[in-house]
Design a protein around this ligand. Structure first.
Ligand code: KMT
Ligand code: NI
Length: 226
């Protein structure tokens, strides 16, 4: 009798879906503390690029989804059910990382009520008490995250990019000058999108982030030996 189930050894375990090679990661750069137009690229002069390795060191994960154009995604679906867009690679990643929930939204003046207010709210510096997972199925935009020196790093995400920000990282979002992003929001379990605006130094998620990603080597050694 034949079986279609994969042997145990071939199955990807939770958290073992391999990330994309460095060359495929989105462009990222340092940006000034203050900006006039949040949707402009806002690079320093001269530009200071931020590498994939530096992004990983902040806890960011990234996968390039090569087959994004093979599937049609609705403008809005809350929640989203993959009836006619059964991308096996997306499903494998969701299974590997436990992303049980998904919805789809479009941030564009014609598709998001109170666009101007929303885009201002997205750009308030905040953390979440869970990972932030976004799969960009159309358009583009900027996720800004704070680096280890508390400087802003701007990551330019576009169609086909699946990026996650770790729990507790200070971040914000804005559209770019095209003012259109079509994104799938993923979540482990029931979604909670609550933003906790900075400062949140005593928030457990912030403390966890600081310990995992900001602690100096000395502090880590201290923690190991005491
Ligand atoms: C966020 O986290 O600010 C958003 O979800 C914005 C739209 S998704 C790119
Ligand atoms: Ni957020």
């Amino acid at each position: 009798m034949s079986t279609t189930t994969e042997p145990e050894s071939k199955k990807l375990k939770m958290d073992e879906y391999p990330m994309s090679p460095d060359a495929e990661w989105p462009d990222a750069w340092l940006m000034p503390d203050q900006v006039e137009d949040q949707c402009a690229p806002n690079q320093l002069e001269p530009n200071v690029p931020v590498s994939a390795e530096q992004m990983r060191d902040l806890g960011i994960c990234y996968w390039k989804m090569d087959d994004v154009d093979k599937y049609d995604y609705p403008i809005k679906a809350i929640p989203w059910d993959p009836k006619d867009a059964k991308d096996p690679k997306l499903q494998a990643l969701r299974d590997a990382r436990g992303y049980s929930y998904a919805d789809i939204i479009t941030v564009h003046p014609d598709h998001l009520p109170e666009f101007d207010q929303k885009i201002k709210a997205f750009f308030e510096e905040h953390i979440h008490d869970a990972e932030e997972i976004r799969y960009i199925v159309g358009g583009s935009g900027y996720f800004d995250v704070r680096n280890k020196e508390d400087k802003w790093v701007r990551v330019h995400v576009k169609k086909g990019d699946l990026m996650t920000l770790p729990e507790g990282i200070y971040h914000r979002f804005t559209c770019d000058e095209d003012h259109m992003i079509h994104a799938m929001r993923l979540f482990i379990g029931q979604p909670v999108w609550t933003p906790f605006n900075r400062p949140q130094e005593d928030h457990p998620s912030r403390k966890k982030y600081a310990e995992l990603f900001l602690a100096t080597e000395e502090k880590k050694e201290d923690a190991d030996t005491h």
